[in-house]
Design a protein around this ligand. Structure first.
Ligand code: NAP
Ligand code: 12T
Length: 347
């Protein structure tokens, strides 16, 4: 018998885009698993999935699925988390939830371990994983906040289709293929089953991710605004966001403008980001070096480049932040939270 403690882990939404990356991350990080249970809807129940050297049969997620589970990683949509996370908690499970269901609940910690790991300790059975676009932004903002203070943040995003799930990835491939086969591009709303209708994405740019709110912002934009304030513990920090979907598969990119409190310089900001946990600085304009979605794909870091001073505001800086939306933006961050629960004895 090994003396390393191991855990019974459930992955809810195991057949989805995020679920598949969670399995990959658990393997990569050699997470201490005793038994793993893979859960989905009834549609995928019976599917076989390879995990390490085992073939695991996917089961339909039900309240009873959580008997004997220690940790459950949820990424099956908000309604599934709302219905089943409390059932899991009732059975003594600690839930790491990847959906927006509990992120703004005051009793639920919202955590990026490099930024606010200690918040995990206050959990009541559920810890929320932030939105993918928020995670990479706060990872880059935290060291700046700590060293120079933050007065304002304005962000525009360039987001990959994989953020919208496995079906959206197929949709981009199909539309691109159809165009290359000679079909006309059109711009009408597409009726889509099980989903809100949306415009074609291939060879397009859509300034709408998730649904519109009464204030004219989309829910994705409001997630970035509200989650950032919660994670950075700065309820009054002005944050504005514009979220745009683009036709590439993996990694979100962000153009971020920050106004800092104290005088600083590009070199000082580069210097603290170089040493910040989870950040890789790639910022050499003279060598044409900066991060792109393609080179961030498959990697766990948050990449930062193009740091430059605003030409009209002495405390304004611009930067370009790129990260794999399914890894640090979802699966990797969730597994980091689970590791932190174990390492710190907070389970
Ligand atoms: P996806 O590829 O469409 O996968 C959805 C998964 O949920 C599938 O495994 C599906 O199982 C399962 N599922 C659907 N309905 C279910 C039900 N009633 N009961 C149990 N399982 C059910 O979507 P995805 O991109 O992986 O995203 C999944 C969720 O994760 C999203 O809705 C979102 O809330 C969250 N997410 C978070 C982030 C982030 O920013 N941190 C990023 C992306 C997604 P079947 O195979 O049976 O259909
Ligand atoms: N609609 O976790 O479409 O709240 O890219 C993440 C990504 C919701 C979320 C997307 C979304 C979430 C998307």
């Amino acid at each position: 018998m090994s003396d390393i403690q191991t855990y019974n882990v459930a992955v809810v939404g195991a057949t989805g885009a995020v679920g598949q990356k969670i399995l990959e991350t658990l393997e990569t990080k050699n997470f201490p698993i005793k038994q793993i249970k893979l859960l989905s809807s009834s549609r995928s129940a019976g599917t076989k999935i390879k995990f390490k050297d085992d073939i695991i049969v996917v089961e339909e997620a039900k309240p009873e699925s959580f008997e004997d589970i220690d940790i459950a990683l949820f990424s099956a949509g908000g309604s599934v988390s709302k219905a089943l996370a409390p059932e899991a908690v009732k059975r003594g499970v600690v839930v790491v939830d990847n959906t927006s269901a509990y992120r703004m609940d005051e009793t639920v910690p919202l955590v990026v371990p490099e930024v606010n790991e200690a918040d995990i300790k206050q959990h009541n059975g559920i810890i929320a994983n932030p939105n993918c676009s928020t995670i990479q932004m706060v990872a880059a903002l935290k060291p700046i906040q700590e060293n120079f203070g933050l007065n304002r943040v304005i962000v525009s995003t360039y987001q990959a289709v994989s953020g919208a799930g496995a079906e959206a990835v197929e949709e981009l491939k199909d539309q691109a293929q159809a165009f290359l086969n000679g079909e006309d591009l059109h711009s009408e709303l597409l009726p889509v089953k099980n989903e809100a209708e949306h415009y074609p994405i291939a060879f397009n740019a859509l300034p709408q991710i998730d649904v519109f709110q009464d204030n004219g912002y989309t829910f994705e934009e409001m997630k970035m605004i509200n989650e950032t304030k919660k994670i950075l513990h700065t309820a009054t920090l002005p944050v504005a966001a514009t979220c745009v979907r683009l036709p590439f598969f993996t990694s979100h990119a962000e153009s971020i403008y920050v106004e800092v409190e104290d005088e600083t310089s590009v070199l000082d900001i580069q210097d603290i980001l170089k040493r910040a946990p989870g950040i890789t600085l790639k910022d050499n304009p003279e060598k044409q070096e900066y991060p792109t979605p393609l080179d961030a794909a498959g990697k766990s870091a948050v990449f930062v480049g193009r740091i430059r001073k605003d030409l009209d505001h002495s405390k304004g800086y611009h930067m370009w932040v790129v990260s794999d939306n399914l890894l640090k933006g979802a699966a990797w961050n969730s597994v980091q939270i689970a590791e932190s629960l174990i390492k710190n004895g907070w389970l």
